[in-house]
Write a protein that binds this ligand. Sequence first.
Ligand code: MRU
Length: 374
Amino acid sequence: MAQTLEAIKYKRGDLQILDQLKLPHESIYVVIRDSKDGFQAIKDMVVRGAPAIAIVAALSLAVELQSRKSHDESTPTKAREFVHSKLDYLLKSRPTAVNLADAARKLKEVVSVEVITGEEVFERYVQAAEQMLVDDVQDNKNIGNFGARWILENVTRADEKIKVLTHCNTGSLATAGYGTALGIIRSLYAGSNLEHAYCTETRPYNQGSRLTAYELVYENIPATLITDSMAASLMGLKGIAAVIVGADRVARNGDTANKIGTYQLAIVAKYHGVKFVVAAPTTSVDMSTASGNDIEIEHRPGAEVLCVRGPGVDPKGEIDLCCFNTVRTAARGIGVYNPSFDVTPNDLIDAIVTEKGVAVKGLDGTFDLSKFFS
Ligand code: MRU
């Protein structure tokens, strides 16, 4: 059995992340020395996926504080101000996923406790950021188990192995390990309940074909790649039991922001009577956002749509895996619309699976997510 993919390698004072821009062609780890490196890696999508963004941001500041700790002579107040300003800076890296905001809020609380020295403030921060890395893996395993059980209990024939479809990348690469939606697929497979997993290509950034396909192959899970435009055909013809997706932010009413294309999958699932399942840790649930209308959607550079990425070709015409050129596919002069996420309205969602359990709609047709925070 293959080793688990490790997107984030951390030991105190040392953070390295797998460069997701180079996958699946090369597995190269990049050293993150401070919050500036962390910010840039997130912005450039060297690391991506809502939980991984939060953890890398938190740990990037942890390694920075670790190197300052021994020669830091600041007071607790100055140390706290330093932590706050760095967290506020990191928050500006990408706007839609709420996990980073949630992590920043919790870390600010951790450093607000009365202590004697600035070094103690830093130590409290480092310990809390390290714990986030540990907790995320366990949360994902719980999501996997809750989600697999719910799907098996709610598909029409629970006695047969099922086929599922997923979108974007929500696996080990998008989290501290195991994954959310992909965690449910892992859990179905581990329980011998999965016949086949389909993953979308997820244009324009190809998280599905580059990253999810890579993880599925790596784990030997029976799987097939489709382009995004094949989803309706697949659901019509292939007996898909459930579409399982992740989330970047779940609003209080259950509206869910996730990778662009999720909304259309939910519409197609509804038409075909296929269960539509959102899998996300409670750190992705934002009770202060009333509905999807209030979620800021990131728009990314047009080049992602105008071009496809791939290994470059060196001057001799040979494939050069160290040169990741883009190949232009679009006509010059055309305009581009490139929202990175869309919002799936709650009425298209059957279940929201968290590490604390599953939320389904009540008789009034609404989700009660507050039960996860009481
Ligand atoms: O732009 P990305 O690759 O960061 O988008 C990722 C997604 O939309 C994922 O589905 C989401 O973050 C959940 S990852 C567990």
